[in-house]
Design a protein around this ligand. Structure first.
Ligand code: PLP
Length: 259
């Protein structure tokens, strides 16, 4: 059986972070391994508190599981601290792990920072060069590159800029455009350094929790079973659209994806 590892945060709703990732891995028939980088106290409308897992214990989790099982693919989600990034870089190099998917998580839909100052730069400089694909949304791609993204051309400029970080491939997910041409659509851009490929779909109204987590987890599972990046992106996108369409309204805030 193929295996995938998620290194991410704990979310009591199960709608994001490790629990969400494990559900997605299971959906694709991949055995899920998980290592916790941070804990959150959150519900569907707010994040009240965050605690980083201390460096030593995070390293202990990583070395213990990886000295036993080698994942076919892995992803990182909410990393929160510089210590977490450094520990992950160390194990990826030490165990020569392949098929790394990075979701460069910055801020929650509800507006809470999911990382400390300076962490994103460290992720970009140390972790991106080790990755198969990075999955920023347009907001994250903007902060990472300094490119203001309002249309397709801006997306391309940001993707080219991100390629310089040393990642193999970039998918910028554009579900949140405001301009007239794109406000009713989602537009994602895949760039491998040679060609651009767009994925377009109709936007579904409403606020949904954990869409970025689920998308990157789907990509990870699909890479673990051996799909090429473009096929994995296509399949992951269809899966997310379906999960959003059938989402559960269980709390007072965002809807939770139906995996
Ligand atoms: N909590 C955790 C643990 C996460 O990993 C993330 C996103 O990566 C979030 C919350 C935020 O999710 P969203 O912005 O989709 O609500």
């Amino acid at each position: 059986m193929k295996t995938a590892l998620t290194i991410a945060g704990f979310d009591p709703t199960g709608g994001a972070g490790v629990q969400q990732d494990l559900k997605v891995f299971h959906h694709f028939g991949v055995y899920g391994l998980s290592v916790l980088s941070a804990l959150t106290a959150q519900n569907t409308f707010e994040i009240r508190d965050i605690k980083a897992i201390d460096k030593k214990f995070l390293e202990e989790q990583l070395f213990t599981i990886l000295s036993d099982i080698r994942p076919d693919a892995l992803k990182t989600g909410m990393l929160f601290s510089k210590d977490a990034v450094r520990a992950i870089v160390k194990v990826i190099k030490g165990f020569d792990l392949q098929n790394l998917v990075i979701d460069p998580v910055t801020i929650s839909t509800t507006g809470t920072a999911l990382l400390e100052n300076g962490v994103l730069d460290l992720i970009k400089n140390e972790l991106f060069p080790l990755s198969k694909i990075i999955t920023p949304n347009i907001y994250e791609a903007s902060i990472l590159t300094g490119v203001r993204i309002e249309d397709k051309e801006d997306m391309q400029r940001a993707a080219k800029e991100l390629k310089k970080s040393g990642t193999d491939t970039i998918i910028i997910t554009g579900g949140h455009f405001n301009n007239d041409e794109l406000k009713n659509e989602t537009l994602d851009l895949l760039y491998d350094g040679d060609s651009f490929r767009y994925y377009r779909d109709l936007k579904i109204d409403g606020e949904y929790h954990g869409t970025g987590c689920a998308f990157s987890a789907a990509l990870t599972a699909l890479l673990a079973v051996g799909l090429s990046v473009p096929s994995a992106v296509e399949k992951a996108k269809k899966f997310i659209t379906k999960s959003i369409k059938n989402a559960h309204e269980l709390g007072k805030g965002m809807r939770l994806l139906n995996i």
